[in-house]
Design a protein around this ligand. Sequence first.
Ligand code: ADP
Ligand code: ADP
Length: 229
Amino acid sequence: TMLLKVSNLKQRYGNVYALNDVNFTISEGEIIAILGPSGCGKSTLLQQIAGMQQPFMGEIKMDEVVVATNQYQLASEKRQVNMVFQDYALWPHMTVFENIAFGLKRKKLSKQEIKDRVEELASLMKLEGLLERLPAHLSGGQQQRVGIARALATKPRLLLMDEPLSNLDVKLRIEMRHELSFLLRKLNISVLYVTHDTDEAFAISDRMMILKDGQVEQFDTPRSVFEAP
Ligand code: ADP
Ligand code: ADP
């Protein structure tokens, strides 16, 4: 079933169209890699879908419900969408536990329910034993595990990942790429995964979107994209 539909989406900064008539749909459980050179509109597209900025033109729908037009913007926290950032963007003054629990505080959950959910995520992301630490006392890989746990905590339908592994060293990046691919499929969550790394995109995605100058140039299986004539 269809999860996300983006229609005729445009966004501009001054005279620059960062997105220039973007159209695509994704289904429940699909993992989409978004590739393209710096400045092609990847970050802008994620920000639009996350609800961090409003379209200049066009429409975004989730589950057949309009969440954004140039007239209307459903608040970020009301979309079942969470983001994982390249630089982790953890709250430095909060422990791992508090970082993961952050989004859960807004839900009407008991203390025990929050604790159970955080521990479940810590186990999923191999963070057991680190819950009382501050982010500064974690490795880069551990910090990104916290970023992913935090994003998964509220059980979003769609995860937006903006170069989540590109700050890690090569060895760890390749290790986590496979772990992440396995995990995301196990959770059956839909993902838009921005990366510069074609090997990573190949390993992780069901389909690849190639963006160029704010337009979707290709959107197909990794095989078809790389075997294009
Ligand atoms: P990336 O390529 O990783 O997306 P960028 O360097 O393009 O990173 O952008 C980083 C941040 O700077 C983004 O939040 C983006 O919106 C903002 N940004 C990018 N280009 C400009 C610009 N020309 N003027 C102002 N802000 C910009
Ligand atoms: P990417 O993530 O692919 O690097 P962006 O979405 O960050 O691309 O940027 C797309 C285009 O929009 C680029 O030309 C960039 O310079 C411009 N841009 C992005 N954010 C801003 C901003 N806040 N102000 C002005 N121009 C921006």
